[in-house]
Design a protein around this ligand. Structure first.
Ligand code: SF4
Ligand SMILES: [Zn+2]
Length: 320
């Protein structure tokens, strides 16, 4: 039984890292997304290869595609160039780096200018960052950009018992302070919120705390929330699942809490569709339900539920 969840325990459970190439992003993709101004825009997302995040959250599996050493100067601009040569044009670019853009071991400060130069044709730039890594580097980088700037941060959950156990090393107040800091610099903020973090076991509690966390993030000043169904597969989460401390969410639970969050009408809400099939028990309706969520992501409106017999078993109460 795990008595203390710290970096060392989390690392002990990890399977091996993937082999990565420091001169190539490990993934890049082109899609459409509604932006903070309400417009549907094309987005290029580049998943950069860089030094592993110094925080070791229990639910994280992003370390799989990272380096153990600090990222060499020049590698990040090379990766961005590599992806942009292969992607269609877009208005928005997201640079997601399996960690924190303002972690200097991951993204060298000496590369900021080159990176900003490569981003000059984009109207809007989005990066991800930890709420504790705020400081003058953010305004320095923002001042080099020609378009608007957005920072995505994991709030994960505000549940008072679960939040400290995630090993993210933040409090609600840290998150609120980081949002105010960024908003004062005229930076747009989005939050990542988990559905079914470990240690929260009932369907009702998971729904309630996901929604409470979304509300908290909007009240703190974010423009958008992305709801992430918590996944196993990183070692320690599989252990928690085995001992009953982690209950992966079902697709219908994700649909319900996503619809509830959209109905709040407090800002944009997205539902993370990565590997969505993992959460579905029914092959008959899966594709339709995925399409429903895609439509809701693009329109920001709740659309009618999909009718399928599987909804009769274990269905939770909906208010449509
Ligand atoms: S801060 Fe983000 S990238 Fe770092 S360990 Fe936590 S979830 Fe993973
Ligand atoms: Zn079904």
């Amino acid at each position: 039984m795990i008595t203390e969840i710290g970096n060392r325990t989390i690392e002990q459970y990890r399977p091996h890292k993937e082999e990565v190439d420091v001169n190539k992003p490990y993934l890049y993709l082109h899609e459409e997304e509604v932006q903070f101004d309400g417009a549907l825009k094309t987005v290029n997302t580049v998943f950069l290869t860089n030094k592993e995040c110094p925080f070791k959250c229990v639910m994280c599996d992003l370390w799989r595609h990272t380096l153990d050493q600090p990222t060499p100067i020049g590698a990040i601009p090379r990766q961005i160039e590599y992806a942009l040569k292969r992607l269609p044009k877009s208005s928005v670019i997201k640079l997601y780096n399996s960690g924190n853009f303002f972690d200097v071991q991951a993204i060298p400060v000496d590369d900021y200018e080159k990176i900003a130069n490569l981003l000059r044709d984009f109207d809007h730039v989005v990066v991800e960052n930890h709420p504790k890594l705020i400081g003058s580097k953010i305004s320095d980088f923002k001042s080099m950009l020609s378009g608007t700037f957005e920072v995505a941060m994991g709030l994960e959950t505000i549940h008072p018992v679960v939040m400290p156990k995630l090993n993210k090393q933040i409090t609600k107040e840290n998150f609120r302070t980081a949002v105010s800091f960024l908003r004062d610099l005229d930076i747009i903020v989005r939050a990542f919120i988990l559905l079914n973090p470990p240690f929260l076991k009932s369907v009702e509690e998971n729904r309630e705390w996901c929604l409470k966390s979304v509300k908290f993030a909007f009240d703190a000043g974010v423009s958008a929330c992305s709801i992430i169904p918590t996944r196993g597969g990183n070692g320690i989460m599989d252990h928690f699942e085995e001992v009953g401390d982690f209950i992966p969410p079902k697709l219908e639970e994700l649909e319900t809490v996503y619809a509830d969050s959209l109905r709040l009408q407090k800002g944009l809400v997205f539902c993370d569709l990565w590997d969505l099939e993992k959460f579905s028990d029914c092959k008959t309706c899966f594709n339709e339900r995925k399409r429903r969520l895609e439509t809701m992501n693009l329109t920001q409106k709740v659309v009618p539920e999909i009718d399928c017999n599987c909804w009769d078993t274990g269905r939770i109460d909906h208010n449509d």
